[in-house]
Structure formats: C-alpha cells, structure tokens
Design a protein around this ligand. Structure first.
Ligand code: THU
Length: 162
C-alpha cells in the first residue's frame, strides 16, 4: 500500500486592485452580471464571466426554477453560452462572484462540483489550463491556475474511448 497525495496551490490577493489587469477586468464583468440572476428561491446571486482565447468575454448568472434541479449555476450559463457562441475556441479564464440578499459574501466563491466537472471538460478538450478567479462581494481574491487543481482524480473522457 502506498499513500498518495494531491496538493492544491493557489494565489491569494488582498484585494481585486492587486490582480493583473485581465483578471480584474474579467472579475468586473462577473460583478456586473450578478444582478441579472434569477434567484427568487435562494436569494443568492452568482455572476460568472468567461474569457475565450479570441479575447471575447461571455457572462452568465444563476437561473433558478421552481422545479429546483431545473435551474442552472452562473458558471455553466456563462460557459455554455461561450462555448456555443465560439465553438472550438479555448476557454482561457473564468471569474466568479456572488451577492446574497441575506448576508455579506465576504469570502471567495468557489464553483460547485457540477460546474467543476463542466469546466474540466473544456480544459481537457483544449489541453489549455483555465484560470479561475474567485471573489465574494468584498475581501480577498483567490486565483487557481487550472481546473485540474480544483477537481483532482476527476472522471476522464478518455475512459469512454476504446
Ligand atoms: N450557484 C451557482 O450559480 N454557482 C455555484 O457554483 C454554486 C451555486 C447558484 C445555484 C443556486 O441558484 C444558488 O447559487 C444557491 O445555491
């Protein structure tokens, strides 16, 4: 028996002002779309902005539904809009932020497991790392340099190929 480990390293910035300009711009776009969320059930609004390899940015916000599982997270709304608008263009980065109507979101907002799975598909397919920029309404910013880091031991599409 051998014990194996994964390690997760990420960058932490005290504020968005410290970010490189392209990351700050993407985060601003994510913040700018938060209010478009349809979140009458959770009162938790999430905004995501995706930067593509051609420089274009697509945004999305969470869209809830009274049949709860039919709703969709902001990340996948943005990602699927980006991938269907610019098919075949690699995803370079995604910024994610949130605002609650009930409490201040003062920590970075990491994507849920389903969104990580959706993101890693594009990362594996393009063989290019997707940078993830996370921030709440205020506070620190976390940058992770690849989805692979966020989803260790992930299900791999090559498992479906013979
Ligand atoms: N949500 C997202 O948009 N992204 C995530 O990664 C986690 C959660 C949304 C789904 C739901 O509309 C609300 O936040 C509360 O879970």
């Amino acid at each position: 028996m051998e014990k194996k480990n994964f390690s997760l390293s990420y960058l932490e910035f005290d504020s968005a002002d410290e970010l490189p300009a392209p990351d700050r711009e993407l985060l601003d776009r994510a913040k700018g779309v938060v209010e478009s969320a349809y979140a009458p059930y959770s009162h938790y609004r999430v905004g995501a902005a995706v930067r593509m390899g051609n420089g274009q940015i697509c945004t999305g916000s969470n869209q809830e539904n009274m049949a709860f599982p039919s709703g969709l997270c902001a990340e996948r709304v943005a990602l699927y809009a980006a991938a269907s608008t610019y098919p075949g263009v690699p995803v370079e980065a995604i910024a994610i932020t949130a605002r609650s109507e009930q409490f201040p979101v003062d920590k970075p907002v990491p994507p849920c497991g389903s969104c990580r799975q959706a993101m890693i598909e594009y990362e594996m397919h393009s063989r290019q790392k997707i940078r993830v920029i996370l921030m709440g309404e205020l506070g620190k910013v976390v940058v992770v340099e690849s989805i692979d880091t966020l989803l260790p031991l992930s299900f791999r599409e090559d498992g479906l190929k013979k």
